[in-house]
Write a protein that binds this ligand. Structure first.
Ligand code: SAH
Length: 364
């Protein structure tokens, strides 16, 4: 009988390691192309939105042949076919053939997110992020990391994102529409995941509430509650109208309108810790003494080994904060704890929901 010696085991280990290394090398040959042409995915989806592909196919009853699609768009089928082949490969539209061989495209869950009337459509968010204004800061990101420039957004566009959008009505609308997309997706998850969040609450102020989509959704789902949508005057002047929601213009660093609770979603991540403390203190001054709390809706970066499927989006969002804001960032639980403590909140609860963001209830 043959004996396995210690030397044999070392040889076997070495061979196994070599095999793993070879596999990783082969994988890297494939994966590196993701980065070489990384921008293409966003650009093709923007092209699909600009062409109105999802809306056209929807109007046609949910599926359409290549020839019908080309004729509606008044273009030849050749380039369109290549765009559709790419989108089909990414499961944005499904390509099939009839028994006569005619190419047919139909809707998928991903393509439906490009439909302008759908509750969970993200088209406006993609259109915002793919503008030259939002893309150019990325090209100077290394200067920001090396601290050769301040904010990458300022270096590319001459001023910070909020000053820029106060002077550029079209860009401000792109931001508000993009934020409203996310609000329509996340607010139902907040209501579903935190059933008792507004128990006993008569009024709320949504600080940095954008066009008021969030406030109107909250008021519609809890009719006993009154909402104030608070944002810059130029933002609230174009806000959505809804009974039970009052729009108030102002600057959250000066003061926040009074209400039982302050709600603040996707605002604090735009700012550094010192600014967040100022904003949170203004929120604290605004809320009622007895039932007051601040409801923060933001990402909580998880431990490295998390299996949470939204973690990738949270880490992408952190890079967006690096590119588009001066001191903004996504925060870990420890960082939230430290920040809330410094802002004078004695205790807080975190409720994970089915979204990029979690709900943090902070009590003074
Ligand atoms: N809460 C909304 C919008 C988040 S975007 C949502 O999640 O859908 C951040 C918002 O903060 C923008 O609407 C911006 O106009 C607002 N904002 C930025 N600085 C502000 C300030 N100093 N005072 C009031 N609002 C401000």
């Amino acid at each position: 009988m043959e004996q396995t010696t210690v030397t044999d085991l070392h040889v076997a280990d070495g061979e196994h390691e070599k095999e793993i290394e070879d596999q990783e090398e082969a994988q890297a040959d494939i994966e590196i192309w993701k980065y070489v042409f990384g921008f293409t995915e966003m650009a093709i989806v923007k092209c699909a939105i600009d062409l109105g592909l999802a809306n056209i196919i929807h109007t046609n009853g949910g599926s359409m042949s290549l020839i019908e699609l080309a004729s509606t768009l008044k273009c030849s089928p050749s380039s369109l076919y290549r765009v559709m082949r790419f989108l089909n490969h990414r499961r944005i539209f499904r390509q099939s053939r009839t028994s006569q061989g005619t190419l047919i495209y139909s809707q998928t869950p991903l393509s439906r997110r490009l439909l302008s009337h759908e509750e969970n459509n993200m088209a406006a968010f993609i259109l915002l992020e793919s503008t030259p204004v939002m893309l150019s800061p990325w090209l100077g990101l290394s200067n920001r990391v090396l601290e050769k420039s301040g904010s990458a957004f300022d270096a590319a566009n001459g001023e910070d994102v909020w000053s820029y959008s106060s002077k550029n009505v079209a860009h401000s609308k792109l931001i508000n529409d993009a934020m409203a997309c996310d609000a329509r997706v996340v607010v139902p998850q907040i209501i579903k995941g935190c059933a008792n969040l507004f128990d006993g609450v008569c009024s709320f102020v949504d600080v940095g509430g954008g066009d008021g989509t969030t406030s109107s959704m909250l008021v519609r789902s809890i009719p006993s509650i009154q909402g104030i949508n608070f944002d810059f005057p130029h933002v609230v002047s174009n806000g959505v109208l809804c009974e039970g929601v009052q729009h108030v213009g102002g600057n959250m660093f000066d003061s926040v309108p009074k209400a039982d609770v302050a709600f603040i979603m996707w605002v604090l991540h735009d700012w550094g810790d010192d600014e967040c403390i100022q904003i949170l203190k203004k929120c604290k001054e605004a809320i009622s003494k007895d039932k007051g709390k601040v409801i923060i809706v933001e990402a909580v970066i998880e431990a490295e080994d998390t299996k949470d499927e939204f973690e990738n989006a949270r880490l992408l969002l952190d890079m967006v904060m690096l590119a588009h804001t001066t001191n903004g960032k996504e925060r870990t639980l420890k960082e939230w704890s430290c920040l809330l403590n410094k802002a004078g909140f004695g205790h807080f609860n975190v409720h994970p929901i089915q979204a990029v963001q979690s709900v943090i209830e902070a009590f003074p």
